[in-house]
Design a protein around this ligand. Sequence first.
Ligand SMILES: *Cc1c(COP(=O)(O)O)cnc(C)c1O
Length: 420
Amino acid sequence: MDYNWWEALINRWYPLDGIERKSDMNVYVDNAATTKMSRTAIDAMLPYMESEYGNPSSLHSVGQRAAEALLKARQSVAKNLGCEASEIIFTSGGSEADNQAILTAAILGARKGKKRIISTAFEHHAVLHTLEKLKKQGHEIELLDVHENGMVSAEQVKDAIRDDTALVTIMYANNEIGSILPIAEIGAVCREKGVYFHTDAVQAAGHIKIDVKEQNIDMLSISGHKFHGPKGVGALYVRRGIAVQNLIEGGAQERGKRAGTENIPAIVGMAAALDEACAHMDENAAKMTKIRDRLIEGLLEIPHSILNGDRERRLPGHVNICFEGIEGESLLLYLDDLGICASSGSACTSGSLDPSHVLLAIGRPHEIAHGSLRLSLCEENTEEEAEYIISSVKSVVERIRSMSPVWRDLQEGRKQYVIQ
Ligand SMILES: *Cc1c(COP(=O)(O)O)cnc(C)c1O
């Protein structure tokens, strides 16, 4: 086994002498996992917790003011996605929206004898696990291969669609490696073939431009906490005419498609956060791209390192790099000691020995996939932080390698480098 817990523990316990923490540095670069709520979102929410606490289903004025806030939030989210307010269903987050979209298409397709669903091998688990469940129920799932640069082409989708295909579900941008997929092209193919197209746009919303009509998207998922809104709230866009199926039975909220008293503060907060993110999208992206590119440039100076995800078609704040001879978890713990909060890729796989399914999908071997570092920025990160990250990662990688028997084998020629 290449992956060695014992080695990881020794790395962890070895003191960090010689590597200095700048005391004033607290760097959060894990915005793909979750973001800090913006002041705008918090301020928008507070009245709906303090004084405007009505239930939108109530006929009295307190309830009707909540209903008014709900409508405004729906209109605002719709405007920022390029659809009608009536096409938005609020959910408990991105995961629920993904589940609802996929189950909707599965049920509608099965009624017409279409039981095939096309997706990719590097989707979020909210998509992959829903598909696994459908597979057990007799649906046929085809996961398209992902190119080494983190791309899936519209051609691949076109070639995979058959008469019995009910749905294509492909993410807008990948949460681990940041690659942005050709969604408009895939949407055009699906529309032409008459197949439903859903996209998990959780990493894209508020960060890059979305227009569901222009891009021929039938269903799209977003999540509030990935763009400085609150956690536990999301939305699903469903194109008019598609008979969306409900996951939760109960009252008539969300046109009967998602029962349960609406989480008005969270919905209002998410709408405000999305509106703010979209209003400042270009300037935020320009700022982050500059820092992202500096990070990529600086970190790739480390010998035997490689960037994951396409160099150009990637989210403005997303960096993911593999270092050979490194165990990602110990790198993260050392960085945490230095005041840097980063990730190895996926919050979901941490704590398990399995390497990231995303890195495996783009063809990284197990031992390389274990040595990944994901840095996901927000517009508040600075160039000074980037320099601190670069020098810290350089020192820590060197330190970990100096203690690693795997690295010694590589250096002394008993093993071949995978990353040149
Ligand atoms: C975070 C994330 C989700 C899940 O969203 P939640 O609101 O946390 O349920 C789904 N898909 C992608 C791509 C994500 O990054």
